[in-house]
Structures are given as C-alpha cells and as structure tokens.
Design a protein around this ligand. Structure first.
Ligand SMILES: [Zn+2]
Length: 556
C-alpha cells in the first residue's frame, strides 16, 4: 500500500513538474494529432475524430481534474492521460512502421498472430523503433518539441485552456455523432470492445455468427436478382489460397523452384501477373472477394450478392470444403456465406487448436474434391476449397516429405539463420501448394467434362522481404502481390474459344480480386443485375479503373 502511494506520488510529482512547464498538454495534443495522422491522410475528418474520443477525452479530463481539489479525480486524470499518451504513440509508431494506425486492424493482427510472431516482433522492435526515431521528418518533430518546451512558459494559461477545451469538446461531439449515426463507427467501437474482451471470445464469436446469419438471411439481395444461366459448365473449382506471396513462386520468377509442378504445365495454365487483393487480412479480403461488395462500398457485406447464393439460384450445386475456421473473432462473413452452400464441410483442427496452430494439411481437401467430382451430379457444380495454404506457423502447413528447402537454400545475407529458417519453411508451404494445385488440375483433367479451376490467394505475405518481420499486415511493396492462375479443361477450351482467346490478352491486365466475382459469373454463364461488365476483366467493357487496397486508391 505504501509502495503504491509512493509510486503514485512520484508519478504525480513528475507530471506536476511537466504541468508547471505547461508542456504536457501541448505534447499530448501533438502526439495525439500525429497518432491520428494516418486517418487524416487517408480518410474523412469524421473518421479521424471518432478516435479522438480515446485520444482527447482523457486530455480533457486531465485538464479539468488536475486543477481540481479532488485527489481521486486528479489521479483518474493522470491515469487516463498516461493511457492516452501510450495509445497515441502506439498509433503513430504503428502507422509509420506498418502503414496503419491504432484501429481494429491491430487487434485483428494480434488475434491472428501467435507466440512465435510475438517474440519475433520483440526481437525486431529496437531496430523498428530506431528507424522510427531517426526518420528525417521525425527528427524535425523532436526539434520542434524541444523548441516548444523552451518557449512554452511564455504562452498564457488562458490560451492553453481555450485551445485544449475547444479541441477536446469538438472531438467529443463529432465522435459521438459519428458513432451514433454510422454503422462503421458502431462496428469499430464494437470491435475494439470485443477484442479487448478476448477472454469471452467464443461467446462473442457465436453471437457474431448468429448476428451475421440473421443479417444475411434478412438482407440478402439475391431475391431481387433475375438470374439466367446462358451456358453452364460442368465443374468450376475455386481454390482460395492463404497468405501466398507471388514473389515466392518460381512461376513468377522466384529463384528457388517452389512451383515445379505448375511450371511443368505452365503452357496449359493462365498465369496472371498483376493481381491485387482488396485487403491484407483474410476476413476483410474474402468479404469483398466472395460478394459484389468492394473496398469502397459503404454498406455491410450482407447487402451484396454473394457467390454461393448466386450460384445456387442459377442452378449450380455448391460445395464448400474448408481447412480454415468457420468463424473468427474478426468476422464470420465467410462462414456465413459458406453455410449457405449445399454441402459444407470444415476440417477439424488437430487437437482442437486454433487457425494458427496445427491443422490438417490441405491435401484433405483433395479427397473431398475427388468425392464431389465423382458424385454423378446432374447439376453443374461450384466447388470451393478454402485452404490453409501458407498461413503462419509455416512449419505446420506441409508434411515432412515436402520439406524441400532449408535455411541453406535462402541466399539473403541480411537474414539470420533463424530468419532464413522461417523463409525456408514459408517456401516449403508454396512447394506444397504447388502440389495441391497440380493435383486439383489433374483430377479435373481426368474427365471429359467442361471444367475450370481458379486459384488466387486471399492476400499476400511479407516474409522478411522488405522488413525485419514476417506477417501479412505490413506496408511493404510485396504485400499487394498475390498469385492467380486459371486452368480450363480441353472440352471447355473447345467449346469456349472466345473466352480462352480473351484470357491471353488479360494476363498482364491490372486486376483486383475484389471484382473477380464478375468474371466468375462470366465463366459460369450467369447473367443477372449484379453483374457489372466493367469489372469483369474478360469483358470488352472492362476498364482498368482505379484499383483499391484497404479502401485507398492503389498506385503501383
Ligand atoms: Zn488470409
């Protein structure tokens, strides 16, 4: 108890000292402003100010309570003030280091991450921090703060009071308006609260799934669509990759032979060279990929036509085989859409571990595919295989016989042996994916049917390619590079010569997987109101309109 009082009183002394220098508030305001700078740069004023409740409210309280005679309120003020400084610094640091600020995406990454990634992060942290501090713009900032520290005592107290009160009050008002009137504001706040209360996540996830399912049932726009099937095919297999980085594929020029199988049949597959994912995380990406929603659409995903409802209504039998989780803390849209398929199967995780732990290898999905192709289905089929692909932990993603590369194969002098080992594990996941895709094509080519396989990754991954870390949420230039390949059976090629010849001209086009649903409709012979020929890269109308990554225009 005495120790606590001592600690509190020394914190109080330090803060009072700063306060007398009239420095603290201004510093908080500046750090807070910088902490929100990513939002200032990339979104609206309202979005910026929604975070100001967290950022400025403690400042506001502190301002009033520090002069209060009530000790308890004063300590609450100190406490909130410290939290605010920490949050703002994290935000600023996060934006400068990874390209996004302190928003729900940080929680997504924390939730998607694992102990090894966390320890990696702490190992690389001093270097990141050093890089952050010595940026020229930051050096200017430190100098400005120093100057401010010196001249601050000449600024009148009333100017302070007016300045701080005005920004605090304005922030609070706009924040409340934003949260109470916008779905996104509500969602963000809910996400933060949900994530913070991670302990009861399973209940939250179940609720989220039920909520999403209700929303999906109640708002699904499929009923309003007039769908016709111009010309069906036999089987279209959509293989959704996970965290696969194009720049680690031999097929795309990686120096190691990570994709020998696909390389051996490269003349019979269409390899797309300029494909962008909509986001760098699974749930967000798939929301846009599986529906006609785009990263800049305003409404929640369930207001948009999705691939499963659409295909079913068009007369396809839809099967969804997944080696991933049905629902995760940060979204159940994929699980909800999948749940509407005619056949839904999730591989159980090994020992009940989560997505990042030990799960079955993706070959389990091949068995399911084999069964689906041999079921003598009278309808055309859409078969979706949701793989675990290259999700961290990489070493958990491939069987021992696919351990082709070791750290000795990784020729990157910048990396330590441990880092090279991680890259080698990653490359082995690509080597294994190569085998899976080859086997999918092999099973589809065995029958004389009109078959198509489409593969792309939900997002890419940075494996020490541009920084000192591996994950899929960094702003390194490689994070936007996903592989996409498409294969047609001979019988499809002979009956759809126009589409096939169009494919050749599309291979180098700027494509975003958030629009892929329109091209899939074209492949499947589906026409409906939701189809937009301008977003279908096979269409003559396709225009390489601005592509978006994480809701911002993407500049190559
Ligand atoms: Zn993913």
């Amino acid at each position: 108890m005495n120790v606590n009082i001592k600690v509190m009183s020394s914190i109080s002394n330090i803060l009072s000292c700063f306060y007398r220098k009239r420095f603290l508030f201004i510093t908080i305001a500046i750090i807070t402003f910088l902490g929100n700078i990513d939002l200032w740069c990339n979104t609206s004023l309202l979005t910026v100010l929604k975070w100001a409740l967290i950022a400025f409210f403690p400042c506001f309280l502190f301002f009033f309570f520090i002069i209060s005679r009530f000790y308890l309120l004063r300590y609450i003020g100190y406490f909130l003030c410290i939290i605010q400084i920490v949050l703002s610094i994290i935000n600023f640091f996060s934006y400068e280091t990874w390209g996004f600020g302190f928003n729900e995406r940080i929680f997504i990454i924390l939730i998607e991450t694992n102990s090894r990634e966390i320890s990696e992060f702490f190992i690389s942290f001093p270097q990141l921090l050093f890089n952050f501090i010595i940026l020229p713009t930051h050096l200017i900032l430190w100098i400005l703060l120093l100057i401010l520290f010196i001249i601050i005592k000449y600024i009148s107290f009333n100017v302070y009071r007016i300045f701080l009160s005005a920004i605090s009050l304005l922030s609070i008002i706009i924040t409340i308006v934003h949260i109470s009137t916008s779905d996104i504001g509500k969602r963000d706040v809910c996400m933060i609260i949900k994530s913070a209360l991670w302990l009861n996540h399973s209940t939250e996830m179940r609720k989220m799934l039920v909520e999403d399912m209700n929303n999906y049932i109640n708002n699904n726009p499929i009923e309003q669509q007039h769908i016709s099937l111009k010309d069906s095919i036999n089987n279209i297999v959509l293989v959704i990759g996970e965290s696969s980085a194009r720049h680690h594929w031999q097929l795309y020029g990686y120096p190691l032979n990570t994709t020998p199988k696909l390389n051996s049949i490269r003349d019979s597959i269409f390899i797309f060279n300029n494909v962008l994912p909509p986001y760098s995380t699974t749930a967000e990406s798939l929301q846009c990929i599986l529906t006609t929603k785009t990263t800049i659409s305003k409404k929640p995903w369930y207001y948009y036509v999705d691939i499963v409802s659409l295909s079913k209504k068009a007369g396809y039998k839809v099967s969804w085989y997944s080696n991933q989780e049905k629902v995760s803390q940060f979204g159940s849209s994929t699980g909800t859409i999948a749940n509407n398929a005619d056949i839904v199967h999730y591989e159980d995780s090994v020992n009940n571990q989560t997505i990042i732990g030990k799960r079955a290898y993706d070959a389990v999905l091949l068995k399911k595919l084999g069964k689906a192709l041999n079921n003598n289905c009278s309808k055309p089929q859409l078969i979706i295989l949701h793989t675990m692909g290259s999700h961290a932990e990489y070493s958990n993603r491939y069987p021992i016989e696919y351990k082709k590369f070791t750290k000795d194969n990784i020729n990157n002098i910048r990396l330590s042996d441990n880092e090279k080992d991680i890259v080698a594990h990653y490359d082995n996941t690509i080597y294994y994916t190569d085998r899976i895709l080859y086997d999918v094509i092999d099973s589809l080519s065995k029958s004389p049917a009109k078959n198509i396989m489409i593969y792309f990754s939900d997002h890419s991954e940075d494996v020490y390619d541009t920084g000192n870390v591996y994950l899929h949420a960094y702003k390194g230039k490689n994070i936007v590079k996903v592989p996409m390949i498409i294969w047609f059976s001979n019988s499809y090629i002979s009956s759809h010569s126009q589409i096939v010849s169009n494919m050749n001209r599309c291979k180098d086009m700027a494509i975003s997987t958030e629009n892929i649903i329109h091209t899939i409709m074209n492949f499947m012979g589906i026409s409906c109101e939701a189809y937009n020929s301008q977003l279908d890269f096979l269409s003559e109308d396709y225009n390489c309109q601005t592509r978006y990554f994480e809701g911002k225009p993407f500049n190559e």
